[in-house]
Design a protein around this ligand. Sequence first.
Ligand code: FE2
Length: 250
Amino acid sequence: MHSSSPISRRDVIKGLGAGVALVGLGALGSTAQAAAAPVAASAAAPASGPFSLPKLPYAYDALEPHLDARTMEIHHSRHHQAYINNANAALRDQAALSALTGIQLLQRLPSVPDAVRAAVRNNVGGHVNHSFFWEIMGPGATVPTGALAAAIDKAFGSFEEFKTRFAAAATGRFGSGWAWLNVRGGALVIESTANQDSPWSDGAVPVLGLDVWEHAYYLKYQNVRPDYVKAFWNVVNWRKVEANFTAAPV
Ligand SMILES: [Fe+2]
């Protein structure tokens, strides 16, 4: 097993460029404001810099009826793009930081200069988290198999008990954030983070994640987050989750 992942390999591909759109930097003074910034930021400006929007591995309507096409399109093309625009803007004059992958930046947050640490935490976090999220979903319900299924049974007793505990983490996260199935210290653990905070910044390796920001579900599920969490199980790509688990350090 090794610590690299498809996301980290993809993020290694860098494209330094000029003409960075200074979108939303004025809102990066605090964690809460920065976390909210992408919602207001336009995705119209091209994202010139180290990060670019990954293509979804499926069509916007592929996860219907569980995740609707309109939500997926706005979530991917606007919200995710805005995190990228803001991250690129924050790294505009940071050549050394721009040479790192998104995951490497999140793993080294304490060493990121004060002036851009909040922007990196929130916007590189948003980019890495969303890139991960798209990949662990797909059309067609699947279930865990093999070593991952065995590890879930060992850690939580059963797959059903795992889903119950994961859903509790997702619905119990106050405000905006994420629920995660992580590998931490060689074991599977269910955790959650606020805003765009990433398990990578806290010594863990994510294998499954669920975005519980309202922008992920409000158009279809309004304020009923538990229904969105329940629907999520119909679109988890467990083959990808298994690959993440296999790649995680023991
Ligand atoms: Fe999101």
